[in-house]
Design a protein around this ligand. Structure first.
Ligand SMILES: CC(C)(COP(=O)(O)OP(=O)(O)OC[C@H]1O[C@@H](n2cnc3c(N)ncnc32)[C@H](O)[C@@H]1OP(=O)(O)O)[C@@H](O)C(=O)NCCC(=O)NCCS
Length: 463
């Protein structure tokens, strides 16, 4: 979410210690197992807080979602498979979903500058804001072109609604193809994103019309399952991940109202705390190049196999599109072993700024989001664990890798690195000084029953 603000003043580390000490009535540092339990508890509490804060509706109140092939809020799922059967493609309706007569459907072509600009203008003024309306996502035109035109996509999946009389774009929804593995089943799905209705047309039930239409447009191509994420609590998340934020420019974050200076700290102390080294630390760390694509594909796919909910990069073209650096959009780095020339690690992040709303000093928060990463230490790292029970060598390597990514992000002028509590992020978030944010991202599946997935088993990063 845009600028899901840092909950500092106290770091999670400090909070956990405070809590453990209070519970134990001692001043000593909490034992690792107590800390681990407390950490899980705090996370659960935060989760409950977040869902209740968003006032979860009952199934009856979900006038749209209770008509759709999604699980009920309280359903415990132990099996996997479609909720309703696929329809033969020739029986899928050829008629677009009915719209109120003032509006008409359109397809956006991101290679046509006017279409790209129309979409940018809609989103930059109307897309996701934080709860206090201080920040709003500001995806760049280049980002949108990249995110919406991967290999094997369909032009009719960039679905807009325009006002019939003046052709103004007032709503949008997109689909792209994704080969998603849930546990041991791999399915071609559509990944739905960028659902947006103009502020002036909210609460008029246009979103369900958009969702029905993109569903029909998936069905036409023989795809009957979808994956999507939302901050909103809908029936029923397959997983929920918390946002974390690593400050790179504390002064600006404080001025924007994104971070607060911790209790008993000064800004100078905060700046010192978040300073990153000038130079990257891992020998052989360099920008990813075209020639690395096949190795990176093999490494990332192997790494993602360790999770229960992950995409599969089926072709080199997929990796070339999604992971190879893309100017001002995606930054990717590899570690090349100097003796074998083997790529042993990869780490990437993407740029997603937020507009800072109504701030006299700053217009834009430059946020980098942690994206895919992988390391071969995961396969050869040995069984040794840290006092918290984490795999020792994998932890060490991911900390080095992410620190180098932070150094690069700082060098490119990012104010903050955001990430979710998914994949192996739990092994480095704390040590790399990420603080827990107040946002959560829910993962959903459409027409696919699937048991709940732990956050650290989620391997899909959505944009
Ligand atoms: C999300 C958005 C399109 C919903 O439109 P709206 O005008 O608020 O709501 P509508 O009256 O059209 O539709 C309400 C229905 O859409 C559902 N809905 C709301 N947000 C949703 C989301 N993000 N994903 C799927 N369904 C959503 C509601 O639950 C409700 O269905 P229900 O009655 O079964 O519960 C709109 O609020 C918006 O553009 N917000 C800013 C951008 C944003 O948050 N996009 C979603 C990113 S995940």
């Amino acid at each position: 979410m845009p600028g899901d603000k840092d909950k500092q003043p106290l770091s999670k580390e400090q909070q956990l210690d405070d809590l453990a000490k209070k519970l134990a009535g001692t001043k000593s540092k909490a034992a690792p197992e107590v800390r681990a339990k407390l950490e899980k508890l705090m996370q659960q509490l935060a989760l409950q807080e977040s869902s209740s804060g968003k006032e979860k509706k009952t199934m009856e109140e979900h006038k749209f979602w209770n008509t759709q092939p999604v699980p009920k809020h309280d359903e415990q799922i132990t099996d996997m498979g479609p909720i309703e059967p696929s329809i033969p493609v020739d029986q899928v309706s050829k008629e677009p979903t009915a719209l109120p007569k003032e509006f008409e459907w359109c397809e956006l072509d991101m290679n046509v500058e006017k279409d790209a600009k129309d979409l940018y203008d809609l989103l930059t003024l109307n897309y996701v804001e934080d709860d206090d309306a201080q920040f709003r996502f500001d995806y760049s035109v280049n980002f949108l072109k990249w995110a919406l035109q991967p290999p094997n996509t369909r032009k009719e999946w960039l679905t807009g609604v325009r006002v019939a009389s003046n052709k103004k774009l007032v709503a949008f929804i997109s689909a792209i193809p994704v080969q998603l593995r849930t546990f041991d089943r791999s399915t071609l799905m559509t990944e739905i994103n960028f659902l947006n209705v103009h502020k002036k047309l909210r609460s008029k039930r246009l979103a369900p019309v958009m969702i029905r239409e993109i569903t029909r447009r998936s069905h036409i191509h023989g795809i009957f399952q979808a994956v999507y994420t939302a901050g909103a609590v809908l029936p029923k998340p397959v997983s929920t991940c918390q946002y974390f934020h690593r400050s790179l420019n504390p002064k600006k974050l404080v001025e924007c109202g994104f971070s607060r200076i911790p209790r008993n700290w000064t800004l100078a102390r905060m700046i010192k705390h978040f300073k990153v080294p000038e130079k990257t630390t891992i020998p052989g760390f360099r920008e990813m190049q075209q020639k690395d694509v096949p190795q990176v594909r093999a490494l990332v796919n192997k790494y993602l196999d360790r999770f229960d909910f992950a995409p599969q990069f089926e072709t080199d073209e997929d990796v070339e599109h999604w992971i190879l650096p893309h100017k001002d959009v995606v930054w990717s780095y590899v570690v090349e072993d100097p003796t074998t020339n083997k790529i042993t690690d990869v780490v990437s992040f993407y740029s997603l700024p937020s507009s800072v709303i109504g701030n006299p000093k700053h217009k834009t928060l430059n946020a980098a989001y942690l994206y895919y990463y992988a390391t071969d230490v995961a396969f050869a790292g040995g069984k040794e664990t840290t006092e918290d029970g984490a795999p020792k060598l994998l932890s060490k390597r991911l900390n080095e890798l992410v620190l180098d990514a932070l150094i690069m992000a700082k060098r490119f002028g990012f104010d903050v690195m955001n990430g979710l509590q998914l994949m192996d992020n739990g092994l480095f978030l704390q040590q790399q000084k990420f603080g827990a944010g107040d946002g959560f991202l829910n993962y959903y599946l459409y027409n696919w029953r699937c048991p709940d997935v732990e956050d650290n088993k989620v391997g899909l990063v959505m944009l």
